[in-house]
Design a binder for this molecule. Structure first.
Ligand code: MSP
Length: 621
């Protein structure tokens, strides 16, 4: 059996999963299901990236240890993947012991080989991207060329990996493996980056400690990207166990922003480890939302949990995979999602399944029988040529094109019904012809159920069930392609595949319809604060400036509209509730860091307080 190893990036645990994460994972899941359908032995890996400065910083800001933060956030990813029926074979965490051991062994191996040496790093570092940048890359503004945020100037002792020594070897490798990086535009970008010259890479840090210690020098922790990339090996036994049966990876799916790590650093590390290189690194584009970059500050981050609460899971998968050519950037809009549901999923797909089954029930009591002779096998031939096109498209990871192929077939079957007019055959009692048409429809639906199963698994299961066949996973592609392998089946129309959806603007909805998932609530960091000082702002009718203790090193300033309801001196000493993770805002020229909670019924305003004093900084949960 041919093996096939697929990976997603491992996701940072400083944040909850969003549409971008779900996109990579869904694409990888679709490919994994597709390869299984072809009868290959798939190993599909995903996981979380839990070390590094960014996680340490995020944990500190919510008063947790990095491990506590990781243990909490990892559950959000696991829960989402379960809800989305992701079929990963393993979930790797970089704080797991086997991973730590693997990273240390790899580091030591490369060190002993002479590819790692000690030196001093001085240069720019982007914490959100966990990435080093050269002066040339950052330009005059000294901001990160990838995420646009402020960079830190780092100067510290560091171990370096001799990346420069791999420049020629990498270029030769790319030359020989033209499909190593997909799509081609990205392949060309990588080649020109490497041709521009590779500097040795700093692969340890000393200014914080949330990382895997260098085994022979524990003042240093290993650079989070060296650590993270090794997950692809640690998860399959590091150079042991089943490693040889699975390695090399057939495809690493990544977003375009992390391509360099996978297409330059990773192959160089592997060359140094004397291991075979992955077959493909496939980079997808980025999602914007309604034409805007997704960001917390714009409040437009798309939560996949919310989407699959509102729409069928298959519709979400369909939209993401169909709407953008895999590799390019795409825009997410619920309006477009609904349009695709109504036109393609309801009108074309759902309608075909529904009308075919209705006719089978009505004209032959739900019994389909293999015809004795076959007059017309056009649908079977078309299935074969459709299948060939799908294979071609999936070989180059064009999920969108493969879906177009499937939907062309669906439309052709709808057309077949219109042309054959089974209702007329029934009226004229042309039983043999009617039987053949119904059987062809049955086999065409069987083919669609099979070939669409990697993309829309729920719909596929529903169709298989209605056709009276077993679980889709028990067959491979040949079964679905063969039109004449079922003697007889009892079918029943049980389920609608998709329901039409009315588009409503957020604004048109009633308050009560705007339900939020629990994760959204947990994004708000509510804490107890003690008011230390309060002073009315002179020129303002409403505002009072407060100094509050939120259990941090120093007190915060918070500006609140309380003047009409409280005298400043009444406030001092009270224990109030504040939203602690709000972005700072300027009110009357004063920076306010947080927001206090109060209840208002029109005229009266009452501060929310705690029933008895607790330590300032206590979390509200
Ligand atoms: N931890 C690293 C990966 C290490 S792999 C050895 C990382 N994690 S991440 O959580 O920040 O991002 C994971 C993936 O999400 C990346 O592939 C990134 O491209 C993708 N996306 C993040 N935002 C995205 C969009 N807005 N749209 C599409 N994908 C995006 O990087």
């Amino acid at each position: 059996m041919k093996k096939y190893y697929i990976t997603t990036p491992i996701y940072y645990v400083n944040d909850v999963p969003h549409i971008g994460h779900s996109y990579t994972t869904l694409a990888a899941d679709t490919l994994a299901r597709y390869k299984r359908l072809l009868g290959e032995k798939v190993f599909f890996l995903t996981g979380t990236d839990e070390h590094g400065q960014k996680i340490q910083k995020a944990a500190r800001s919510v008063n947790l240890t990095p491990q506590e933060l990781a243990d909490k956030v990892v559950e959000n990813f696991k829960r989402l993947w379960k809800k989305l029926d992701i079929t990963n074979d393993f979930f790797v965490r970089t704080t797991d012991d086997y991973h730590i051991k693997c990273v240390q062994e790899a580091f030591e191996y490369i060190y002993k080989k002479g590819d790692i040496y000690k030196g001093e790093y001085e240069g720019w570092y982007c914490i959100p991207c966990e990435s080093y940048y050269s002066e040339v890359e950052i330009g005059k503004d000294k901001v990160c060329p990838v995420c646009g945020r402020k960079l830190d100037l780092v100067k510290e002792e560091s171990y370096f990996f001799r990346l420069s020594a791999y420049e020629d070897k990498l270029l030769k490798f790319y030359e020989k493996h033209q499909d190593f990086v997909i799509p081609k535009t990205r392949y060309n970008e990588i080649i020109s980056f490497v041709k521009g010259g590779l500097k040795d890479l700093s692969i340890t840090r000393t200014s914080f400690d949330w990382g895997i210690p260098v085994p022979f020098d524990n003042k240093h922790v290993i650079y989070v990207w060296f650590d993270a990339l090794l997950n692809y090996l640690s998860a399959i036994g590091c150079k042991n166990g089943s490693f040889e049966e699975i390695w090399p990876a057939d495809v690493h799916f990544v977003g375009k922003d992390i391509l360099r790590f996978h297409a330059v650093y990773w192959p160089a590390f592997l060359m140094s480890l004397e291991l075979p290189l992955p077959k493909h690194v496939v980079a997808h584009g980025w999602w914007t939302v309604d034409g805007k970059k997704m960001s917390k500050s714009l409040g437009n981050v798309v939560d996949p949990n919310k989407m699959i609460q509102k729409y069928p899971k298959d519709a979400y998968r369909y939209f993401l995979l169909r709407n953008v050519p895999f590799g390019l950037d795409g825009d997410f809009s619920e309006k477009e999602l609904i349009e695709r549901i109504n036109s393609e999923l309801v009108n074309d797909f759902g309608n075909l399944v529904s009308r075919s089954l209705t006719m089978m029930e009505k004209y032959s009591d739900g019994l389909v029988n293999m015809p004795i002779t076959v007059e017309n096998d056009n649908l079977s031939k078309l299935a074969k040529s459709t299948y060939d096109k799908i294979l071609e498209h999936m070989n180059i990871f064009r999920f969108d094109e493969a879906l177009i192929d499937i939907f062309e077939y669906i439309r052709a079957v709808n057309k077949y019904i219109t042309e054959k007019e089974p209702w007329t055959l029934n009226k004229l009692r042309k039983t043999a012809q009617l039987n053949e048409v119904l059987y062809n429809l049955f086999s065409a639906l069987k083919f669609v159920a099979g070939i669409i199963s990697p993309f829309l698994p729920d719909s596929s299961e529903k169709i298989m069930n209605m056709l009276g066949l077993n679980d889709v996973g028990s067959y491979t592609a040949e079964f679905f392609l063969d039109f004449y392998n079922i003697e007889q089946s009892k079918v029943a129309k049980k389920d609608m595949l998709f329901e039409r959806i009315e588009y409503k603007n957020e604004g048109e909805k009633k308050e009560s319809e705007k339900k939020i998932p629990i994760d959204e609530f947990f994004n708000v960091d509510l804490k107890v604060a003690k008011i230390l000082e309060a002073e009315g702002i002179e020129k303002s009718r409403k505002l009072i400036k407060l100094k509050i203790d939120v259990g941090e090193e120093s007190p915060r300033t918070l500006v609140a509209g309380l003047k009409e309801h409280y005298k400043p001196e009444e406030l001092v000493g009270r224990y109030i509730i504040v939203v602690a993770n709000l972005k700072p805002a300027k009110l009357m020229g004063i920076e306010s860091n947080g927001m206090l909670l109060a209840a208002k019924d029109g005229e009266n305003l009452a501060l929310l307080t705690v029933e008895k004093p607790v330590k300032p900084g206590a979390k509200i949960s």
